[in-house]
Design a protein around this ligand. Structure first.
Ligand SMILES: Nc1nc2c(ncn2[C@@H]2O[C@H](COP(=O)(O)OP(=O)(O)O[C@H]3O[C@H](CO)[C@@H](O)[C@H](O)[C@@H]3O)[C@@H](O)[C@H]2O)c(=O)[nH]1
Ligand SMILES: [Mg+2]
Length: 194
């Protein structure tokens, strides 16, 4: 951290109920040379990783559908969201995390993945940096049904979708998760499936 335009950073813990919500007060040097005091609430859930799983031969991708309360509260009719497979890093490195999440959530054991982007998810409010991957899956890599961890009450439906259908779902607004949009657009740009 290195910025001489900010000074006197103080944090107050507002909630550590599950992750960490803190209030930050700091002085900020405006372009006119005056210091102003600012306050920002910051939510820290650690970092995350997500992957677009694709099969060149079948011309398919694997997405998951799960209930997301925040979307239910904000315009997503039944709260179920179509997404890439993704998870929080915990103590893993991003690559190990996404290989583990892929097995837990969709039941494929990947040997290798390709990192394509690293980007902040919601920089006005969250610390989270997201690590984006793509990876090829084949039937031989299938080791279970996936579906998530019972211990975490996860209820994940695994969907294998023709890439063309995923594109139309992107264009007609059925896919409304930013991370999923980013990786489908990556697949288009880099012609992962032709
Ligand atoms: N009890 C409780 N459980 C929680 C809470 N928040 C999350 N969890 C649980 O913590 C687990 C997190 O599962 P992961 O698969 O590791 O994470 P994810 O939610 O899929 O995260 C991915 O998507 C997020 C987008 O919403 C990303 O923010 C994240 O980086 C990652 O890509 C899930 O079982 C979820 O229910 C909470 O406030 N309370
Ligand atoms: Mg997940």
């Amino acid at each position: 951290m290195d910025n001489n335009q900010i000074n006197n950073i103080e944090s107050t813990l507002l909630s550590d109920n599950y992750f960490f919500l803190k209030k930050y007060n700091f002085d900020y040097l405006m372009p006119n040379g005056k210091w102003v005091n600012q306050m920002r609430e910051v939510y820290d859930r650690g970092d995350g990783a997500g992957i677009l799983l694709y099969n060149k031969t079948k011309k398919t991708v694997i997405l998951i559908r799960q209930f997301r309360m925040p979307t239910y509260l904000n315009g997503n009719e039944d709260g179920f969201l179509l997404e890439i497979c993704a998870g929080l890093l915990d103590k893993d490195n991003p690559e190990a995390c996404i290989i583990r999440e892929t097995e837990e959530e969709v039941g494929y054991r990947l040997k290798s993945v390709k990192k394509v982007y690293e980007a902040y998810s919601s920089p006005g409010v969250m610390t989270e940096k997201m690590h984006f991957f793509v990876g090829e899956y084949t039937a031989a890599m299938k080791v279970s049904d996936g579906g998530g961890l019972d211990s975490e009450h996860e209820d994940i439906k695994v969907l294998e979708i023709p890439f063309k259908k995923a594109l139309s779902m992107l264009h007609n607004g059925e896919i409304v998760d930013t991370r999923t949009i980013v990786l489908i657009q990556y697949a288009i740009i880099h012609k992962l499936i032709e």
